[in-house]
Design a protein around this ligand. Structure first.
Ligand SMILES: [Fe+2]
Length: 309
């Protein structure tokens, strides 16, 4: 086994990994080393990893069970674990989100950004790890941003942290007319209740478990209280530059992140360039998050997001 080395992207978040070939079946020792690195760096960036969908799924299975591509959106016909995202298809949605008519503008006028999220928090057991592969990458633009949710939490005052530790939040997603799923399962609606602060199942470190996209409200607060507190927390998420890392994609770049301890946003500049950008995503099945007071996430609507058989 060649020597694996890690070049940190920032002091606290992300690392470029050298000395690993993910296109061959990863050895258990390599997987163990990368799992440990993922807990430390939270985002791992691998360059020059040309692979097909089957290889990406095999890699995903080596880190736990690969889920279906998405709880709502179908994967590829011949690779149901793979979610293909093409910027050319998503640009109309980005343009709409920029416009004044977007419904989020009415409820969250003061927030800095609306794209930050943790993958699939609308289910009770969001994915543990996300793996994203650059299939067609533009010469510039389309970077992905990451935010360290542990640092987001520790940057708050002890008294506010103590209060947040006791709270839960409602996360949901409902697509009005989703395509029927290949696996025949209901495509939503999904509603889940999560602790606002989650305890990492492997390290015990606390994260502020917030998402601009799926998190609707804090349970037990009046609507104005919930909106004001979320506006503050989401501005901290988006505005604290020192907790962010930015990944620049290249063809055959593969990025793996710990979906339990980072949020991400991207591409943030999709309307500023015209080129295509295609990425293929796979995800490792996760456990329901647990809060500092022992509260375990549960579904209010919709089933769990399970590993493919
Ligand atoms: Fe995502």
């Amino acid at each position: 086994m060649s020597e694996i080395s890690f070049r940190p992207l920032t002091p606290i978040t992300g690392a470029e990994v050298e000395g690993v070939d993910l296109t061959v079946d990863p050895q258990p020792a390599v997987v163990a080393a990368l799992r440990e690195a993922l807990l430390r760096y939270k985002v791992l960036v691998f360059r020059d990893q040309p692979m097909n969908d089957a290889q990406q799924v095999a890699l995903t299975n080596a880190f736990g069970g690969a889920t279906a591509a998405h709880p709502i959106v179908n994967g590829l016909r011949d690779a149901p674990a793979v979610l293909r995202t093409a910027l050319s298809e998503d640009r109309p949605k980005l343009a709409e989100a920029e416009g004044l008519g977007h419904p989020l503008k009415g409820t969250a006028p003061r927030r800095l950004r609306t794209e930050w999220h943790i993958d699939s928090t609308f289910v009770a057991n969001p994915t543990a790890i996300t793996i994203l592969r650059g299939v067609e990458i533009p010469p510039t633009g389309g970077d992905t941003l990451f935010a360290n949710l542990e640092a987001l939490y520790t940057g708050l005052s002890p008294s506010l942290r103590g209060y947040l530790d006791t709270l839960q939040a409602i996360h949901s997603r409902h697509n009005a007319s989703p395509e029927p799923r290949f696996d025949g399962k209901p495509a939503g609606p999904f509603v889940a209740l999560h602790p606002l602060v989650s305890v990492h199942p492997e390290t015990g470190v606390r994260s502020l478990y917030v998402s601009s996209v799926f998190l609707q409200a804090i349970r037990g607060l009046k609507p104005r209280e919930s909106t004001a507190l979320l506006d503050f927390l989401l501005d901290e998420l988006a505005g604290r530059d020192e907790i962010h890392a930015r990944v620049r994609w290249e063809q055959d770049t593969l990025v793996m992140w710990d979906n339990r301890s980072v949020a991400h946003a991207g591409p943030v500049d999709g309307l500023l360039f015209k080129d295509e950008r295609i990425v293929h995503r796979t995800t490792v099945v996760g456990e329901p998050p647990c809060g500092p007071n022992g509260f375990v996430s549960r579904a209010l609507m919709g089933g769990p997001f399970e590993a493919l058989a």
